[in-house]
Write a protein of this length. Structure first.
Ligand SMILES: Nc1ncnc2c1ncn2[C@@H]1O[C@H](COP(=O)(O)OP(=O)(O)OP(=O)(O)O)[C@@H](O)[C@H]1O
Length: 605
């Protein structure tokens, strides 16, 4: 019946319950890996549990007092004087004050501890994301990553705070109630507790289902994030193609899928809660009927029976709290699982143990028998490339689209590592150089450079964080950007909008070039840096690039072949490797692929 109901509830899409390596993590593993995050806050945790213990003792005291008063009233009424009642009242008042203070500290410091753990995990996750390579990001969805770093970790906070407390309180209450119940009446206790194992088994089964559906709905939240991000970042394309409705439909579909998953989730949760409530009622029924029979036979006195009923309620309340906590527990487990999924991704581009910093870089580059493929099972993009570039040489790379020009250049700053062979900078394999040091000696200007949401100043400063305003202005002047920046409403302090949306293509490109001027690297990669610009902007940006290129080793990838005519050497890269190389005049004279490309380009203009 459950299966049929489940089928009716959702047209299901399977979501990856395993990580990218096909691994699943058991609850035990998740807890084992989460516990160390409590370590820095051990004193706080101990104090939190101490407060939990105090509140538990205060709660457990009531049935004892009721039992004492009832038995006194039945068997020794003369001893129940006003002063005894006042003392009992005062004792209970003190207990309640302690309970209130304990509850306050639990709610306050406990939550702060949870938030601190969330902060630590978020910092660790962000730091780890920074270490992951292009290869990882080529397959990842930013929206999914955002969901993990925000909402998933929020669930972990709640879990971090409530989990130890809830289990501690419930554990103590269940154990103490059990012992007290045994001390009151052994046969009745054994009958009552016979229901418990069946109840626990049901809880376990439901819990597994809940965890699966939680993970699926979390994944779907990530998908919605990714879709929103995609639609909003591409809002110009959406509007220019009048595709608002299509985007809305895509969003609605994702949203509906989330609802369906949530329904399934609550289906299991509802079943779980109803079942435990049913067992709860069953236990009460057993106590009521069996206890009344015991009373009838004189096997239990009324005071003990009342205390017994109260302790059974305490016990059931604890079980109910654990049940209610199950949802939070599963959400926390899902958050930890999704956190670990990323933390377990090993960065594939790292410093080797013997890596050295780059010193006095001249900019000589060698490709020694370099082959490269993006995936193990995919074909080679580059095969057996050999190339020597002297320091300060200006190399242009041309060739058919998809021939591997960008890929070749990406191997120099180790955005990817070679599959075989080696790339060397001043004679040292780039894999033997410290990654940070290597990349700080290489500047890259692409067709579409990312500008951060912030001021012009902040964006140029990215080239050398901490640079003085004077240095930033000097870099902007060299990039031919100073004039238009000065004309902006707030000059260098103008906010340029997300991804520089308030600037023209040429202006954005000149800010990116200023950034590289500030960085001042000896090796430069210009990857179709002017391709997206109109003729006038191209002319201005090209001037900036020519200034930037002076005295550096430069790799220029260009489709506009006029821009590379003056290069020291032109490489024609095809799927078969470097097909031709030489100066513009040599290659034209040769009458090969370059001449063909050049004629085609000249005809198009
Ligand atoms: N991240 C990636 N993962 C898998 N394959 C990729 C990746 N990036 C590029 N490729 C593939 O590698 C090949 C070479 O791409 P690359 O971008 O280096 O070519 P290109 O010569 O620079 O092309 P274009 O002139 O069009 O920019 C292409 O077939 C491309 O599909």
């Amino acid at each position: 019946m459950l299966k049929a109901a489940k089928k009716n509830l959702i047209e299901r899409t399977r979501y990856p319950l395993t990580d990218s390596h096909g691994r699943t993590r058991s609850t035990r593993e998740l807890l084992r890996r989460f516990v160390p995050y409590f370590r820095p806050y051990l004193p706080v945790l101990i104090f939190d549990l101490f407060c939990a213990a105090l509140t538990t003792i205060c709660e457990l005291a009531l049935p004892v007092i009721v039992r004492y008063v009832t038995n006194l009233a039945q068997y020794n009424l003369s001893a129940l004087t006003v002063s005894v009642i006042v003392r009992i009242g005062l004792l209970y008042l003190v207990l309640r004050i302690i309970d209130t203070a304990g509850a306050y500290f639990m709610a306050n410091i406990g939550h702060v501890m949870g938030a601190r753990i969330e902060t630590d995990m978020r910092r660790e996750l962000f730091a780890h994301l920074q270490t992951l390579s292009f290869r990882y990001y080529a397959n990842a969805k930013v929206g999914q990553l955002m969901a993990r770093i925000t909402s998933d970790l929020f669930d972990v906070t709640e879990f971090a705070h409530h989990c130890p407390e809830e289990f501690f309180i419930a554990g103590v209450k269940i154990a103490v109630s059990f012992v007290i119940l045994l001390s009151v009446n052994v046969p009745l206790t054994l009958v009552t507790f016979a229901v418990l194992p069946i109840m626990l088994l049901c809880c376990y089964k439901f819990n597994r289902r809940m965890r699966e559906t939680f993970k699926e709905s979390r994944w779907q939240v990530g998908e919605i994030n990714a879709q929103v991000e995609d639609s909003l970042l591409g809002i110009r394309v959406v509007k220019s193609f009048a595709q608002e409705e299509t985007e809305q439909q895509k969003f609605d579909e994702g949203n509906r899928r989330w609802l369906a998953l949530k329904k399934l989730n609550y289906f299991w949760m509802g079943g779980f809660q109803a079942t435990t409530r049913g067992f709860d009622g069953l236990m009460n029924l057993v106590v009521l009927v069996c206890g009344s029979l015991f009373l009838l036979r004189g096997a239990i006195v009324p005071g003990d029976f009342v205390a017994y009923l109260l302790y059974v309620q305490t016990l059931l309340t604890s079980i109910r709290r654990i049940v209610e906590f199950a949802e939070q527990f599963q959400r926390g487990m899902t958050g930890i699982d999704r956190f670990l999924e990323i933390m377990d991704e090993q960065p594939d581009i790292t410093d080797s143990p013997h890596a050295i910093p780059c010193e006095h870089v001249r900019g000589e580059i060698d490709f020694d028998d370099v082959s490269f493929s993006y995936e193990d099972d995919a074909g080679e993009v580059l095969g057996h490339i050999n190339l020597h570039v002297d320091a300060g040489q200006n190399i242009a790379i041309v060739g058919p689209s998809g021939g591997g020009k960008t890929t070749l250049c990406n191997l120099i700053p180790r955005f990817y590592d070679v599959t075989s062979g080696s790339v060397r900078l001043d004679g040292t394999d780039v894999r033997d150089l410290q990654l940070h040091s290597l990349r700080s000696h290489i500047g890259v200007v692409q067709q579409d450079n990312y500008l951060f949401s912030g001021t012009v100043l902040h964006n140029i400063e990215y080239g050398r964080p901490g640079a003085s305003r004077e240095d930033i202005i000097r870099a902007a002047k060299l990039a031919g950007a100073h004039e238009f920046i000065s004309a902006l409403p707030n000059g260098y302090d103008t906010f340029i909008g997300e991804r520089g949306v308030k600037l023209s293509g040429g202006q954005k490109q000149r800010i990116s070039i200023a950034r590289v001027f500030l960085k001042d690297p000896p090796v430069l990669i210009l990857d179709e840096a002017t391709s997206a610009l109109d003729n006038e902007s191209e002319r201005i940006v090209q001037q900036s690039l020519d200034t930037l290129a002076r005295g550096r080793t430069v790799f220029t990838i260009a489709h506009r072949l006029t821009t590379i005519r003056g290069a020291d050497r032109i490489l024609v890269l095809t799927a078969d490797g470097i097909a031709e190389q030489g100066t513009h005049d040599e290659l034209i004279a040769k009458g090969g692929i370059y001449k063909e490309l050049y004629s085609m380009y000249s005809d198009m203009r």
